[in-house]
Each structure stands twice: as C-alpha cells, then as structure tokens.
Design a protein around this ligand. Structure first.
Ligand code: DGJ
Length: 713
C-alpha cells in the first residue's frame, strides 16, 4: 500500500480510519460507530476540517498517533525522547504502510532526530476490538533516552462525557469510579512494579447516559504487568485524548544505536450498545486470543487452596485429611500454598529458598502429592519467585541480587525484598529450582505470587530496572511453560495486584483478591468483569467468618459468589461446620453443571439500585442463561424492584428456575417464588423477562439468588 491512502477497518460495531498521507504524521480521522462503504474516508476527513482561532496557531495542527513534540501541538505529548537533551523534537511522517486483512503496520520516521516508528494495529474481524503496539527504533549513532512513551494517543469524541476508572486497595480491588470529564488531565500513575491493586490499567470513556445495555462507550486496556500511566486529557480547544503507556523511572529506557523499544499493547474497543457489550469484546479477546487452546478446552477445575486453612502450619497428615474432604465434595485441583519450602515457617523466613522443607516434609512432597493424585485431584503449588526474605539462604549468599538504591534502606514490605530477576543468573537460579520441583513431582499448576511493591527498583550499575523486571518475568514464565507445556499458572500479587492482559499472556488464571468476603467479592468481581472474563477470575468460598473483614456470611452466599467465577474453596474443611461443607458440595456440583455456559457465554451486567448486584451469562446462541442477583444490604423500599433481564432472545420462550439456594424461602412468604413455584420453573418469553422483568422476591440482606433460563425449542 502506498503512503497516501487511509487505513480503514470496519468490524463489529465500529469503523476506524487512520490517515496515512505521505510526508504527514499518521493520524486518526475517525473511530466510532460503524459507517457504510458509501461513506468514504475523504468525506469523513473533509467533515473534520478545523481552523485556527484567535490566540492560537493560524491553522489547525493535526494530532498524530504519538502526539510528539515536533508537531507543535499544545495538548498532551505522547512521547518524550532525546539524546542528552538533543533530538527531542521529533515529527514522525509516514513512509510506508503494510496492510493485511486484519492488521496494518504504519512505518513513520523523523530523519532529523533519527527515530523510526512502527505502529502495528490489529482489528478483530468479529468484535472490532483494536490492538495497538508501537515500536521505536533508534537510527542514530548515539543512545536515545526515552523518558515517556504512550503506546498510542487516541482522540475521542467530545460527547464522551464520563470517565470510568478503577481504584481499590489490597482486599478490595477493581472498584469503579465514574466521574464527569473535566477540563485538564485525568491522570493515573502506577509505580508499584506490578499492575497494582489501586490502578487497574483499564479505562472507559462513555456518553454520560451510557448504561449497561445502552449508550456509546470506548474502553482501553494496557496489557502490561508493570508501571503505567493512564491519561485522559480534555484540552482547551475542546478535544479529548486518551492515552496509556508503560511508565519509566529516570534513565530506565536507553536505546542503543540500531536497537528498538517495543511498547506494551493497548486493546481498545468501541460500542454503541452499552458497557456490557464493550466488556464482551475484551472477554472474547482473552478467551480466544490469549488463553492457550488446551486451557480453553478444559473445563476450569474446582480448586482447593490451603492458605486460609493452615497458613504456615503445614502438616502432612492434616493436609491429607483435608484432601480427603476436598475430593469428597468434588474438588479437582488441590493447591498447596505458602510454607512448604526452606525455613519458611512464617513470613519473615526462608522466602527464596526453593527446596522442600525437610523439617515439615521429611519424606518430601511425594506422600502428599501421591495422596492428592490418588484421590483423582491435580496438585498445584505456590511460588513467589521474584522475592526473598533477607533472612534466607539465597539473600545471605547473594546480597547483590536484591533490587535497591545504594545508600538507601529498603522500605519494609511484608518483610521481603525483590530480586533483580533481569540478571540472567537470578532468572537461571529461579528456573532451575522451579524446574526441579516440577520435574520431581507430579504438579500441574503453580500459583505465582508477588507480595510487595518494587519501591526501589535499582539494579546492576545503579540503573532502574522496573521495566526490565517485567520483561524478565515474562521471559521466565515463558521458559517454564516451554519446559512444562501442560503446566497452568495463576497470577497472584497479594490478590489482584497483577491482573492484566500482559500477565495473562503468560498465565491462565488471576487471583482477583485476597478477600473471600462474598459481599466485597461481588464488587471486586463486578469491577474485574469490565475487562476480564469469568473463566479466569479465581473466586473461592472462604471460611464462615471472613479472615479479611471479620464478616460472617452464609455458606449459600459465599458459594453463589464463587460459582460466578473460576470456583474454588479455601477454608479448613475439617473445622468449618459440616453443614456448610454439605452445602458447598451442592454448590460445586452446580458449578460443574453450568461452568461451560459461565465460561463461554456473553457476560451481561444489569443496571440496578446499588443494594443489588445483578448480572448473568447468556449462551452465545441464547439457548440458556444463568443470572446472579445479590442482595447486598438493606433497602428503603419495602420490596425490591422488578429485575429486567438482558441479552435473551426476545421471541423465545424460556423456562425460568430459581436454582440457588436449594430450598430457598423468601423473607416473607408466599412470594413470587412460591406462588409460581420457581424452584420447578415457569415459562416466560424473553421479551417479558427483559421488558416487564421479574418482580424480585423479598430476600434478606447478604443473600444471593441464582436463576437459570433454558430456551424451550
Ligand atoms: C498472598 C496471596 O494472595 C495469598 O493467597 C497467599 O498465597 C499468601 N500471599 C501467601 O503468602
């Protein structure tokens, strides 16, 4: 393709057009609702002609994909690069464009600053989800420092009046914050060395009337497991730009002559059909393009995790007894958490010494693993490879492996330090030890934890290594997977501190939060669902009294909440009330019956009052659906409102059943549930369920009802 044409993709609900005129910077001229082929790119371009204004440049400056300083554009900059203060003022103009059916590469350069840019853009032909990756190559003969670089800067329509961002903390991740766009910059910077609990790298811009099933929305996600910057700039000429990129410490990115820097990808979606439709585009991407086929094809096994059951107090006989119980209630994967190695009897000792503790496991792990596998379960095991306790053999032997800034004491953070895994010998050490365990034992799963911020990421030579750390992490995971192709890995970072599509390219599940409090989990999992599909969101039934919040919630509520994810249990199965374990067993059976639907269907969140959380999953062919309705707290109205389902086939007849809790009775009977005998089910049209809705029965606060809908063909 010559460099005077437009790049255009029409897919899903959207059209994107990028002008690639020779000698000019590449630029978006349209990204929005799908347009027909009779509307040409030139028409759109001509309709967007802007002019100069008093007190501003005489003619309009076109913003480019990188908003580089040489444009003279007074809005945000997408890139800041220089050679010792020179060659900072790039203006990248198009040289060439290579286009295939669903992807394009735009080659641009600035011969004066000797920088080449390669913009790689992909478009999913079904959903219209776009992917952007930008590569910068240093064509000069001296090193080039990159202080900042957004993967892409996207102009968005001015009527996108709302920003939905994500905040949170340990034990309460993925909390949505919806605010009206304002003049100036919405800025989130994450320097924690992981994608963070408090700044998930995703953002949505939407019309102020956008809701779950209606309205225009744009979503962007940075697939990067490290530091990031997210910006939405509303500038004085009225325009709005959204950008995302990796965030660098000073001097961190220095590109040698001839070398290149490749940005992490941005995934970007557009819809005119509401926020749930936007999420579905991201879910398809994770399920179809990121997850490995073997993982996708295998039903997501029910987990048991030992952490909240025993913490560091490992005892083989007790764990075997726990495994017996787990197998009996239907668990399929038994994960041995922290505490099996070295001198790790508490969190101040032994982290980094990856050999089985002879003190706790005198005969190694084989007896326990044989017991677990003998019960028909798969064995999983915990590692935290990037970290070590100062009080460990490995740090005593190699203090130089610890990341830090010379002369400054490490900030204390869970009594551990981060290792400089970008040093080849550190990665080799980790690979050798993990590989040895995986070779010796029949282990199919690793929970890969990461429990501290990397606050002082200084490495060899005194340079910042945060970015290099993430690259080394990806490489280490890839190497382990290559050596053990059937192995699955979970990404955990004190819960949801590292949940993003960058890490998901190397892992198979995320541990969304350390809280197993079902009320808080409803919020965490709802927030996560804006970008992540249920089949990778780890959700466990915790103990009766939650260890994180101290709240006591019914087993029915805890179980229902975990069913709507990748289900597991994490409690002492020997000491929890056996009546609870009996209910859990039924819940596991229910999860198994419905997991294919839950993990492949379209995720539909419903708009409700804030004391409810309602959402469901509808099969792609709309033949079946499962909806969850959580009653989170007390409400002012005497009765809850009708629930308008969504995503169903309006013309079809569905058999609606209340399937959880078993034997449920309304707070005041008879309710609609008893009158219509919803436990056995009643038939309604999809239209009635979506337009009129189901009058919700009166349920107590802190309860969850699950409804199943089966189309009657
Ligand atoms: C933090 C994790 O999120 C927990 O689930 C557990 O694995 C602990 N670390 C172990 O140290």
């Amino acid at each position: 393709m010559t460099a005077h044409e437009h790049v255009r993709f029409d897919a899903g609900e959207m059209t994107v057009i990028i002008a690639c005129e020779a000698g000019a910077p590449p630029r978006f001229i349209y990204w929005g609702a799908r347009i027909s082929s009779s509307t040409t790119a030139d028409m759109i371009r001509d309709l967007s002609i802007r002019q100069g204004a008093h007190g501003n440049e005489d003619d309009n400056i076109h913003p480019s994909l990188s908003l580089e300083p040489g444009l003279g554009f007074m809005g945000p900059s997408g890139i800041s690069a220089h050679r010792d203060g020179k060659d900072w003022g790039s203006r990248f103009t198009v040289d060439q464009v290579e286009k295939s059916a669903h992807a394009v590469t735009i080659y641009a350069s600035d011969p004066r600053t000797k920088i080449d840019m390669e913009y790689r853009i992909g478009c999913n032909p079904d959903t219209g989800l776009l992917s952007f990756t930008t590569q910068l190559t240093n064509r000069g003969d001296t090193p080039l420092s990159i202080d900042a670089m957004a993967t892409i800067c996207a102009p968005l329509p001015q009527h996108m009046g709302d920003i939905i961002g994500f905040t949170g903390r340990w034990g309460y991740e993925f909390q949505r914050q919806r605010l009206s766009r304002f003049s100036g910059a919405y800025l989130r910077e994450n320097k924690r060395g992981r994608s963070s609990h408090d700044s998930f790298p995703g953002i949505i811009l939407c019309a102020d009337n956008a809701r779950e099933q209606s309205g225009e929305a744009y979503g962007m996600h940075l697939a990067w497991a490290g530091n990031h910057r997210i910006r939405v700039d509303s500038i004085s000429d009225g325009r709005c730009f959204a950008s995302m990129g990796a965030l660098f410490f000073p001097g961190e990115i220095k590109i040698a002559p001839g070398a290149a820097y490749e940005s992490p990808p941005i995934l970007a979606g557009y819809t005119a059909s509401g926020l749930s439709a936007l999420s579905q585009q991201f879910h398809s991407y994770v399920r179809d393009d990121i997850l490995r086929p073997a993982v996708k094809q295998r039903p997501r096994p029910v987990h048991y995790n030992s952490w909240e059951a025993v913490y560091f107090n490992h005892d083989t006989a007790q764990l075997m007894a726990m495994a017996d119980k787990a197998a009996a209630i239907g668990v399929e994967r038994f994960v041995l958490d922290d505490g099996w190695f070295g001198s790790r009897r508490n969190d101040s000792l032994g982290l980094g010494d990856w050999t089985v503790s002879a003190e706790v496991y005198p005969d190694g792990l084989k007896p326990l693993i044989d017991h677990v596998t003998g019960l028909g379960m798969e064995m999983g095991i915990w590692f935290e490879p990037e970290m070590a306790n100062p009080n460990s053999d490995i740090v005593r032997a190699h203090p130089e492996w610890v990341l830090g800034i010379e002369g400054i004491d490490q900030i204390s953070f869970r009594k551990q330090v981060a290792l400089d895994i970008a040093r080849p010998e550190v990665s080799q050490y980790l690979f050798d030890h993990i590989d040895a365990i995986l070779k010796e034992y029949d282990i199919g799963y690793i929970k890969w934890d990461m429990n501290r911020d990397i606050s002082h990421p200084g490495g060899a030579g005194g340079y910042a290594r945060s970015h290099a750390h993430v690259q080394a992490l990806y490489a280490l995971m890839a190497r382990i997977r290559a050596a053990h192709p059937a192995l699955e890995i979970e990404s955990c970072a004190s819960g949801g501190g590292r949940c993003d599509m960058g890490i998901l390219a190397h892992t198979d599940r995320i541990w969304a939060s350390d809280t197993n409090d079902a009320i808080d989990r409803q919020a965490v999992q709802r927030g996560a669902s804006y970008f992540l599909p249920l089949n990778i969101i780890g959700a466990h039934v915790g103990p009766r009294k939650c260890h994180v919040t101290g709240r006591t919630l019914s087993i029915e509520m805890r179980t229902a909440t975990a069913i709507m994810g990748h289900m597991g249990a994490e409690m002492n199965l020997l000491t929890e009330p056996q009546s609870d374990i009996a209910v859990l067993k039924k819940g596991i059976a229910l999860y198994k019956r419905h997991r294919d639907l839950l993990h492949s269907g379209d995720h539909v969140r419903l708009d409700t009052a804030d004391y409810l959380n309602a959402f469901g999953v509808v099969a792609g062919d709309k033949s079946e659906a499962l909806f969850s309705v959580a009653y989170l707290k007390s409400h002012v109205a005497t009765l809850p409102p009708p629930l308008q389902f969504a995503g169903l086939d309006a013309g079809a007849v569905y058999h609606l059943r209340l399937i959880w809790p078993h034997g449920w009775k309304a707070a005041v009977t008879p309710s609609i549930a008893e009158r219509l005998n919803l436990a056995d089910g009643t038939a309604f049209t999809g239209e009635a369920l979506m337009k009129a809705g189901l009058q919700l029965p009166l349920s107590l606060p802190e309860t969850v009802l699950l409804f199943h809908l089966a189309r009657q063909d």
